[in-house]
Design a binder for this molecule. Structure first.
Ligand SMILES: C[S@@+](CC[C@H](N)C(=O)[O-])C[C@H]1O[C@@H](n2cnc3c(N)ncnc32)[C@H](O)[C@@H]1O
Ligand SMILES: [Zn+2]
Length: 273
């Protein structure tokens, strides 16, 4: 299912150096991930989220900050799997440090499904963290706008707060496959935004996808995150872009006064028609 990012031919992944018929080769790193992002497709030296953000997100997920979202995601995907088979390929595009993919994969395996899981992100640091920690999936460095994946090979693609290209998703999904998107709902982190901005705005509703996509189900998931543990609070502050421009004083002020925050998400299941 992996394809060469340079010539789009299938990659032979049986050895630790993945190779296509044209002899383009990509070496597996010690942690198991493979870099399939051609240098010419890199817009900056280190594209994607940086290491401090990825570490913050790792700490937040380890402390189960968004676990209710992960559980809902698992339940929703499970309810949409086609009943006629038990083996599925599942892919997260823009997987960051890998927590969502690992959670959903483990939960579906516990349900008795035979899951092959794959994740990619443009940030090498995230893919490396994911590959080191989560051994139930294969991770690669790659862009969501040019996935290194052969056509019609995936049953489920998840895109969780990441940019992406719906035409690419339609290309890589099987005809019966599903795309699952997760975006912030209107009230997401409203208490944090109220402390950061003088005029905080609600999140806009995520846009509907055009043809060939059909919206199969939409779920709003919201819950409070108790931030009394410092790991959670620091994790949340450092993984979101809101706090980037804060002064030290303002950051400390938020650390002292923010005790709980609203998490608000919109999960959507899409089918290519
Ligand atoms: C807000 S994070 C979400 C990560 C993960 N899904 C999570 O929620 O923990 C967005 C992710 O998209 C990645 N990203 C940004 N542009 C990308 C692109 N063009 N292709 C693939 N990943 C991209 C970032 O590196 C980052 O890991
Ligand atoms: Zn090639």
């Amino acid at each position: 299912m992996w394809q060469c990012p340079l010539c789009q031919h299938a990659l032979d992944t049986r050895s630790s150096s993945w190779r296509c018929v044209n002899n383009h080769s990509f070496d597996q790193a010690k942690s198991g991930y493979v870099n399939l992002l051609p240098v010419q497709n890199k817009r900056s030296k280190q594209p994607g989220d940086d290491k401090p953000m990825l570490i913050a997100r790792r700490n937040f997920h380890q402390a189960r900050g968004y676990e209710p979202l992960m559980q809902n995601l698992h339940k929703l995907i499970k309810s949409h799997l086609n009943g006629y088979k038990t083996a599925y390929t599942i892919y997260e595009a823009g997987c960051g440090e890998g927590a969502y993919l690992a959670f959903v994969t483990q939960a579906l395996c516990q349900d008795g499904y035979d899951i092959k899981a794959f994740g990619s992100d443009i940030a090498k640091a995230g893919v490396e963290m994911a590959a080191k920690k989560y051994k139930n999936a294969q991770f690669v460095v790659g862009s969501n706008f040019d996935l290194p994946v052969a056509a019609h090979t995936l049953d489920v693609v998840m895109q969780i707060f990441a940019p992406g290209n719906h035409i690419e998703y339609a290309r890589v999904l099987t005809k019966q496959g599903m795309l699952v998107t997760v975006d912030p709902g209107p009230n997401h982190l409203c208490e944090l935004k109220a402390l950061v901005y003088t005029k905080p705005e609600l999140h806009n509703a995520p846009q509907l996808l055009p043809d060939p996509w059909r919206l199969d189900e939409e779920q709003r998931v919201h819950f409070n995150v108790d931030l009394s543990a410092d790991t959670l609070k620091q994790g949340l502050l450092n993984m979101t872009p809101y706090t980037w421009k804060l002064t030290k004083e303002k950051y400390e002020d938020i650390m002292q006064h923010l005790d709980t925050v609203t998490a608000d998400f919109i999960i959507r299941v899409w089918r290519p028609q």
